[in-house]
Design a binder for this molecule. Structure first.
Ligand SMILES: Nc1nc2c(ncn2[C@@H]2O[C@H](COP(=O)(O)OP(=O)(O)OP(=O)(O)O)[C@@H](O)[C@H]2O)c(=O)[nH]1
Ligand SMILES: [Mg+2]
Length: 300
């Protein structure tokens, strides 16, 4: 009994194949949008931290890019994002693996193999059970029990919030006894500039197709937080001149749509009017270059 009253805290790294719902889970836990979400794989690029403080525990969730075999990733920069996430597993206290509600396939098995070498408790969340019939869930749990060495397996729906409180309870029990790491009021250490850039990138995912969102890099150049309005200037870098044309669109209709959608989210966040200036430039082959990615890494 006495043991239960001790404070627990630590890092919980959310890993899983692309599109499993990692960012959706983080956002649900945080009760706000911290990490961008799209129906396309490989949306997340950074290690995004969300801090939740309870009276008896503090959990620092870390969202990561979808794990894939290196040869499936498009470019060295993308590989760098995944390598960084794998490295973080050495520092985390608990690993939270999340998969879609289907039988383990190659992607899942490869990741499970990797996690078997991590000497930390690994919990498994089987996500998107809202899309599944109930009797299928039991079968999936049995299959994953055979496939990996999980300390707990919990079926969830990150979108609907099903079983999330059970999941959080299990995570807390897996954390070490330790005082809080962050002050109580800290929610994230994600810089504001980067978050704004991510919101814009999410809208690019919504209004453009195929390779376009992946070829986009967003940088916030300036933020002026005035009394009644926040003025934001940002640049979207595309790899090729042809992509610049596509993202701007006919009569700038695509760029306008990106701006309108992003502004809506930003105004909800700042509780103020937002002026958003968007410019598109070409930075040839930025994904293959070190310069821009180095700059991005310095944010993580
Ligand atoms: N039906 C259903 N859809 C979900 C659930 N969780 C996430 N999704 C959807 O799955 C898609 C991918 O979600 P993300 O949260 O972006 O997935 P991710 O694992 O962060 O993906 P990457 O960052 O690309 O690796 C989105 O369209 C989500 O709306 C769920 O519980 N149920
Ligand atoms: Mg994600």
């Amino acid at each position: 009994m006495e043991e239960e009253s001790k404070y627990r805290s630590g890092y919980v790294t959310i890993v899983g194949p692309p599109n499993a719902g990692k960012s959706t889970l983080l956002n649900y836990l945080m009760g706000e949008k911290l990490s961008i979400v799209s129906p396309r794989p490989q949306t997340t690029r950074f290690l995004i931290k969300g801090v939740i403080t309870f009276p008896e525990a503090q959990l620092i969730f870390v969202d990561t890019p979808g794990m894939q075999e290196a040869d499936k990733l498009r470019t060295p920069v993308e590989r760098g994002w995944v390598i960084q996430a794998l490295k973080f597993l050495e520092e985390t206290d608990v690993v939270m693996m999340i998969v879609e509600a289907h039988l383990p396939r190659e992607e899942e098995n490869l990741l499970i193999e990797r996690l078997n070498q991590v000497k930390k408790p690994v919990l498994l969340a089987i996500n998107k059970i809202d899309k599944l019939e109930k009797d299928r869930v039991e079968r999936l749990i049995e299959e994953y029990k055979k496939a990996g060495n999980f300390s707990k397996i919990i079926p969830i729906s990150a979108k609907k919030g099903t079983n999330i409180s059970i999941l959080v309870g299990e995570i807390i029990l897996a954390l070490p006894e330790r005082p809080p790491i962050y002050p109580e009021d800290v929610r994230t250490d994600f810089p504001r500039e980067l978050w704004i850039a991510e919101v814009i990138r999410e809208k690019i995912f919504q209004v453009t197709y195929q390779e376009i969102p992946y070829a986009a890099l967003v940088k916030v150049d300036n933020i002026e937080d005035k009394k009644k309005v926040v003025c934001i200037q940002a640049t979207i870098y595309m790899e090729e001149p042809s992509q610049k044309g596509i993202i701007i669109g006919k009569g700038a209709n695509k760029l306008k749509e990106i701006g309108i959608r992003a502004r809506k989210d930003l105004e909800a966040f700042f509780h103020k009017k937002v002026y958003l200036g968007l410019e598109v430039k070409v930075e040839k082959g930025w994904r293959r270059k070190e310069i821009l990615s180095k700059r991005e890494e310095s944010f993580v």
